[in-house]
Design a protein. Structure first.
Ligand code: BDR
Ligand code: CA
Length: 314
């Protein structure tokens, strides 16, 4: 099978970092763009560069939008720490950002090469800006596989998921773009459980052969579990969200999808940022615009992630 060619648009974040490792292992990763999200843009860009350094990922990293289209910036220090990579002792940075023009980079790259996948795993700001500034790119993209939203409960509000809530206007632009889309929302990603056992399994990858990247990821995960535990009354358990959006392209057989119409709530005082997934079926409602991932083969996903960290780390 040919490896899909993709650009990952991210805001690392431990789960973004794991998604990058997975993409480097199983796709032709063309480049990485970053977007303000889990932490401010400068931090997440530094974290993306460090991930590349730790896992020998030789692609350019372009920094994109620092803030959402309309809303005030918001970050997730209570989940990922202020820097997005809180917890581990990190190596001295050796790599530098290729440009601060992530959106222009996306437009130029898509104009130069048809059939790329875009895998946004942070707020959708960069993708929306690119589609708005260059509508001609929409029909050159193979698809957009995004982590965001939910068909059920939210995580940064009763019904709102973080990536969509940070920039709902951007999500609205992307969902209306007509580009084929795959959605890894919380209802899918919560099936990929992060717990102490997964952290220990990642840490153990350093036992057989030195794997500094695995130790950093395990430390990040330990920190994430501590943060999540504080929010959830001591329960050290969360979802491994972002790798699911990569798997939706590299290993779609581990996810069951159903075509749905998905839109985003922009106005509700309680529901802003909610993705409304029309699950009525039977031809009722608007035409489907998204392949909604709803069921994950979690065992297979876990094995793929562990294997990628083992193979790429050193
Ligand atoms: C999403 O928000 C971020 O905290 C994670 O990196 C993921 O992309 C989950 O809601
Ligand atoms: Ca993310």
């Amino acid at each position: 099978m040919t490896r899909p060619r993709m650009i990952v648009d991210c805001d690392p974040g431990q789960d973004d970092a794991i998604a990058l490792v997975l993409a480097a292992e199983h796709a032709d990763l063309v480049a990485i763009t970053t977007v303000g999200g889990n932490a401010p843009l400068t931090d997440v860009t530094a974290n993306a560069l460090l991930t590349c350094q730790l896992f020998d990922i030789d692609v350019e990293v372009h920094a994109g939008a620092a803030r959402p289209l309309v809303a005030a910036p918001r970050h997730a220090p209570e989940i990922h720490g202020v820097s997005g990579f809180e917890g581990p002792s990190l190596p001295e940075p050796e790599r530098t950002v290729a440009s601060h023009q992530g959106v222009s980079f996306l437009i130029e790259t898509i104009r130069a090469e048809e059939g790329l996948w875009l895998v946004p795993i942070g707020p959708l700001t960069n993708i929306a800006l690119a589609l708005r500034q260059a509508p001609d790119i929409a029909n050159r993209i193979a698809g957009i596989s995004f982590m965001g939203g939910s068909a059920t409960v939210g995580n940064h509000g009763p019904v709102s998921e973080f990536n969509i809530l940070v920039d709902p206007e951007a999500a609205s632009v992307v969902l209306a773009s007509g580009v084929p889309m795959r959605m890894a929302g919380l209802d899918l990603t919560h099936q990929f459980v992060v717990d102490d056992e997964l952290e220990a399994d990642i840490r153990r990858l350093n036992d057989a052969e030195p794997n500094q990247g695995a130790v950093v990821l395990a430390d990040l995960m330990a920190n994430y579990l501590t943060f999540v535990g504080r929010i959830r009354g001591g329960e050290r358990k969360g979802g491994l969200h972002d790798p699911c959006a990569v798997l939706a392209v590299t290993h779609p057989e581990v996810i069951e999808f159903t075509d749905r119409h998905v839109d985003v709530e922009l106005n509700g005082s309680l529901t802003r940022g909610m993705t409304v997934v029309d699950q009525r079926g039977d031809g009722v409602g608007a035409e489907p615009n998204v392949a909604h991932g709803h069921t994950l083969d979690a065992g297979a996903a876990r094995a793929l992630v562990l294997d990628a960290i083992r193979r790429r780390g050193s």
